[in-house]
Design a protein around this ligand. Structure first.
Ligand SMILES: NC(=O)c1ccc[n+]([C@@H]2O[C@H](COP(=O)([O-])OP(=O)(O)OC[C@H]3O[C@@H](n4cnc5c(N)ncnc54)[C@H](O)[C@@H]3O)[C@@H](O)[C@H]2O)c1
Ligand SMILES: O=C(O)C[C@H](O)C(=O)O
Ligand SMILES: [Mg+2]
Length: 468
């Protein structure tokens, strides 16, 4: 599956030698699609233009070489739009009000600030009303499982965490702050997060590899009184379940009757398996590199031991090749190329395939399309994007507003049902099982469902006005 990029090509054009029409044809002949043009400078003889082109990545060089070879054309510069939007980072901190004179300064800063500090010192719960705590989430990664890129370290992880912060703010008004830690040591990570917690109303753990991510999350949940949520586990599982609930309506099958094969039993795979079991799926088979996880085997990963005891009731053994037979649903959270068309042919009628590895799914959606009934990926450039961005903004919006101590199973199930319900019966189709990331209904519905579940399960410390 060729990925594509948007590049901006700055051209110096000798007007007597080549027309814009000829340039457009040349770009088209190498697979480029012009999406914008800007005139930078022009004189009698020459014009400098920036041409924004959408081009398949593997044609990138060929296109530039072709343009450079044309008479009357000089390629001055090529820039990649993806890199351009990252220049200097993607977020900033802005004050809520300007400080224009000494009087105002004395309120927001010293000496006025001192009495606010003292008030919080006497009653720490006031931090929720008098600091950024009530609306701020730390997005914490150690860079060890970034997308499907693996261990690329804390510097490499930063663009993803900044991206999550943008989405938190744009979609749900939550101030997310990216924090990438230069340590992989479990104890060190736990200690650091505990130490920074006073400023935050929630902790969103991101792209921390398994099995360390399980212990880090569990320990922090015990030791902190604000929600700690490992997005790659629970955000993914919530959105996957939402998609599954809707996909099953299309194929007219029930949760309790389906056979689901989950491949890639790391952070996301463990959580997806557990979530389906708690939603009522009986036959979940968890598969990692060594094959299906099955009762009677010994595993060093405690989550795998749990799955061995609680999934795969038919005790099916073997690799994906064997256990895929008659599966109704494939959930992939592993890596590219894991699923083949041969596998698809051996699934039950109306296969549902969620190939969610990023950035390259388990199978090219175009290859899979003719052989499956419902296809979803984690990507924004195909229909049915199953991505945790449909969950984390709304779930934290709700949790922060009701000052939830934690995000529990009921809140996650409620979020999944709310996301599924954002697609109406009339809208539901093979190409539309999951709402768009930009569907404004999603955050509103998830927020409300999460607050209701938090109140019902006794973890809410505040009842928002619309729930009183
Ligand atoms: N769409 C989404 O919203 C979403 C959310 C989270 C993760 N993901 C994707 O899921 C993948 C896994 O993420 P994670 O955070 O769980 O990572 P992880 O490192 O915790 O787990 C990955 C697991 O997949 C297994 N695996 C890798 N290749 C395999 C193969 N060929 N066959 C069987 N098992 C294989 C590994 O052994 C590991 O257990 C990544 O590609 C990530 O981008 C997608
Ligand atoms: O970051 C994403 O787009 C989804 C997910 O968190 C991932 O790690 O792939
Ligand atoms: Mg992630």
């Amino acid at each position: 599956m060729a990925s594509s990029s948007t590049i901006i090509i700055r051209l110096e054009i000798r007007k007597s030698a080549i027309t814009f029409g000829e340039i457009a044809m040349a770009i088209g002949s190498r697979g480029g699609d012009i999406i914008a043009t800007d005139v930078i400078r022009t004189s009698q003889e020459t014009a400098i233009r920036d041409i924004t082109v959408h081009v398949p990545d593997d044609n990138n060089m060929a296109l530039i070489e072709h343009l450079s070879s044309l008479d009357g054309l000089k390629v001055v510069n090529v820039s990649d739009r993806t890199f351009l939007v990252h220049l200097g980072g993607k977020i900033e901190v802005t004050p809520k009000m300007p400080v224009k004179n000494r009087e105002e300064l004395s309120h927001v800063y010293t000496p006025g600030v001192a009495k606010v500090c003292r008030a919080i010192h006497q009653d720490e719960s006031k931090a929720f009303s008098l600091t950024i705590k009530r609306n701020t989430v730390a997005i914490v990664s150690d860079g060890t499982a970034v997308l499907g890129l693996g261990d690329i370290g804390p510097y490499g992880a930063m663009p993803v965490m900044e991206g999550k912060a943008m989405l938190f703010k744009q979609l749900a008004g939550v101030d997310g702050f990216p924090i990438c830690l230069d340590t992989r040591d479990t104890e060190d990570i736990i200690r650091t997060i505990k130490n920074i917690a006073p400023a935050f109303g929630g902790i969103n753990l991101e792209d921390i590899s398994s099995p360390r991510c399980f212990e880090i999350e569990e320990r922090l949940k015990e030791e902190l009184d604000i929600p700690v949520f490992h997005d790659d586990q629970h955000g993914t599982a919530v959105v996957m379940l939402a998609g599954l609930l809707n996909a099953l309506k299309i194929v007219d099958k029930g949760l309790e009757d389906i056979k689901v094969v989950v491949v890639g039993i790391g952070a996301a795979g463990v959580a997806c398996s557990k979530m389906m079991l708690s939603a009522g799926v009986r036959n979940v088979i968890a598969v990692d590199r060594q094959g299906a996880i099955v009762a009677g085997e010994t595993y060093s990963n405690p989550m795998w031991s749990w799955l061995a005891d609680n999934s795969n009731p038919g005790q099916e053994r073997g690799k994906l090749d064997e256990v895929i037979v008659d599966a109704d649903v494939f959930v992939g959270v592993s890596g590219p190329g894991v699923l083949t068309t041969d596998h698809l042919r051996r699934m039950a009628r109306d296969p549902i395939v969620f190939a969610m590895a990023n950035p390259e799914p388990e199978i090219d959606p175009e290859l899979a399309e003719p052989l499956v009934r419902v296809m979803a990926t984690g990507r924004s450039d195909y229909p049915n994007q199953i991505n945790n961005v449909l969950c984390f903004p709304g779930i934290f919006r709700g949790a922060l507003e009701c000052r939830a101590r934690s995000i529990n199973e009921r809140m996650k199930l409620a979020a999944a049902e709310a996301i599924a319900a954002a697609v109406s019966e009339d809208e539901l189709s093979e190409q539309y099982i999951i709402p768009s990331v930009f569907n404004e209904e999603v955050v509103i519905r998830v927020r409300a469902a999460v607050i209701r579940a938090a109140i019902e399960t006794g973890v809410a410390r505040r009842i928002p006005r619309d729930f009183r």
